[in-house]
Design a protein around this ligand. Sequence first.
Ligand SMILES: [Zn+2]
Length: 343
Amino acid sequence: MIRTVLPGYEQHIRRLPLSSSRPSDRLVWLPQKNGKYSVRSGYGLSVSETIPERQRNFNWQKNIWKLQTVPKVKQFLWRAVVEAFPVGVELVRRGIQVDFACKICGNPETITHVLRDCQLARKVWNLAPLRTQSHLNTVLCLDFLAHILSMVSLPPIEVSTTSLPAWICWNLWTPRNHRIFSDTTYSAYEIITKAICDARAWQEAQSSLRKPQSPQVVTSPPPTLSVICNVDAAWHADSGHCGLGFTFRPLEEDWPLQHSASPLISVVDAGYASLQVRSDSQTLMNLLNSQDTHTEIHAIVNDIRLLALSFSLISFIFVPCTDNVEADTLAKDALRALLYHIE
Ligand SMILES: [Zn+2]
């Protein structure tokens, strides 16, 4: 049937993990990781076709929304990326009869021109105390912004916790408006000084707003679990094979499970009713600690939840990779042995 209906997907379908408990079928919404429909994801899908690919691939969170600066500057940068400013070239493109030339140098005025190519902008960037000052000749404003916003400010300017390039962009834009609407001009030196002052003022305001750190209170003592299980998996994409690694560490001295072929089942059979499972997969641990449905590993999550019922106390805890090295090595060894055996 798969070959008849979806011949191109046979390999992918056969690789889908099936649940041994055979849960009932359910509808899932693929654009959401948890499989549930949300208006936000539906809207995102409907507009995604109309947004140019370059903008879709732009890292909005890193380059703009998570920048340490004021919301007005973030919104300004967002408008620069989508080129939504009433600059000369843009106004003419929309049929408005205005002079499209830059008031400083006479070249066509685009947002990229104001922020990068204008002789005034070039002088300002040359004065900027940033780690690299290479002039990037990209066509699109978003590439230029992605490049300059990643630059860090050099000492002794001391604006390490805010984005100086973002403040420079903002201070290149506002004088442009003063020039047009109130005929006031600023030098490159005045602009860079104002950008640094703004950045410093914002940074100082943040540090005074920061609440004193209260000592961390441990609300619950570590549970007296009998067994700690670290788990990891290694995956070979081409063949679809997977290696698993488990380590079991008992709290008690007397440990009867060594050399067991099925350690997890042995844990249950030996009467260990409590287990702490540790993995460096944040997604899986979050899923197991919530009631969400993951579209791709729904069957496996379901099986794990059923198996978890065998324990009177079980917890799933995320640990960083560095605390999961043994399980990781075992998983990789298992995968290597499996691939070697198949070859
Ligand atoms: Zn210019």
